[in-house]
Ligand binder design. Sequence first.
Ligand SMILES: *[C@@H]1O[C@H](CO)[C@@H](O)[C@H](O)[C@H]1NC(C)=O
Ligand SMILES: *[C@@H]1O[C@H](CO)[C@@H](O)[C@H](O)[C@H]1NC(C)=O
Length: 329
Amino acid sequence: MRPPTPAALGLLLLLLPPPPGETAKKATPCKRCRELVDKFNQGMVDTAKKNFGGGNTAWEEKALSKYEFSEVRLLEIMESLCGSSDFDCHSMLEEHEERLEAWWLRLKKEYPDLFEWFCVKTLEVCCSPGTYGPDCLACQGGSQRPCGGNGHCSGDGSRQGDGSCQCHPGYQGATCTDCVDGYFSSLRNETHSICTDVDECAAETPPCGDQQYCENVNGSFVCEECDSTCVGCTGKGPEQCKECVPGYTKESGQCAVGAGWNPLGKGQRIHRPRWASLRRASRLLAGAVLLCFPAARGLTPDASVKLRPLPLFSNEMFPIFGSLCASEL
Ligand SMILES: *[C@@H]1O[C@H](CO)[C@@H](O)[C@H](O)[C@H]1NC(C)=O
Ligand SMILES: *[C@@H]1O[C@H](CO)[C@@H](O)[C@H](O)[C@H]1NC(C)=O
């Protein structure tokens, strides 16, 4: 492919139509410069591959090694810099084409970082990383580690901003080295400060109520209500109950009304007032008598009758009744 001449390229730029409506927000000069440099560097990567493709004859190899520093390669890179409808990019490129060419042909060795040379030193639209504002002053906390590495420096790398720090969650202070409430300092030396979230839920006295579970979040904690089938719980839902409310038993890990007991049918849960009726009380009494015999003989619930109709007598209760009954008999 025959590369276009610089003149043709210039003409092409002039003839390109303006963008179809200025919808995109106007980028700052620094941002545009940075984008241009990023594309330029990408162009260098892309064209670098050409060194290794297809060059078989001695003549081609020689031509390719020449290509590496050639104007032909520069033009190929330049061609890839701006999107076809990116007017700002094209006008910027047009304005600074000669500078880029000078860098490419003569200054690249001395200033290998194109961003530093082009955007910071030459056009003066950006600052080096860690510096801000018209005079590129060091950010709060120094240009090496702005904001202690725990925040964003206002205007970092641009000619704007005031160099103040916007700290990441958990950090505060002018240089983001102090911890906010709910965080504790887990490391601090001359250069580094690390704040770590306090796990309030792990405290010796749990911060939530008996019918709540504790959830640790960054900088704080929340207490959430247990499932209505639980007496105390370790988390959300009927699977996380510590114990079940009367009328419910642990069934495949969650508190549920036993299938044989539930007049509404399997899967539906009902709430009953405790000890609400005489009928229920008498049924419990009858159950206790029935239970005595197998329990006193040390039979496990599985081996004896199903205790499902007597939800009060959970498996944990069985040994208690066992010894109780044994002493009575
Ligand atoms: C401070 O702590 C950081 C993180 O552990 C470590 O990398 C650094 O070397 C320490 N600096 C000094 C001066 O001790
Ligand atoms: C808590 O902070 C860590 C680290 O800062 C973050 O990765 C995580 O997403 C945060 N979690 C929440 C719930 O905000």
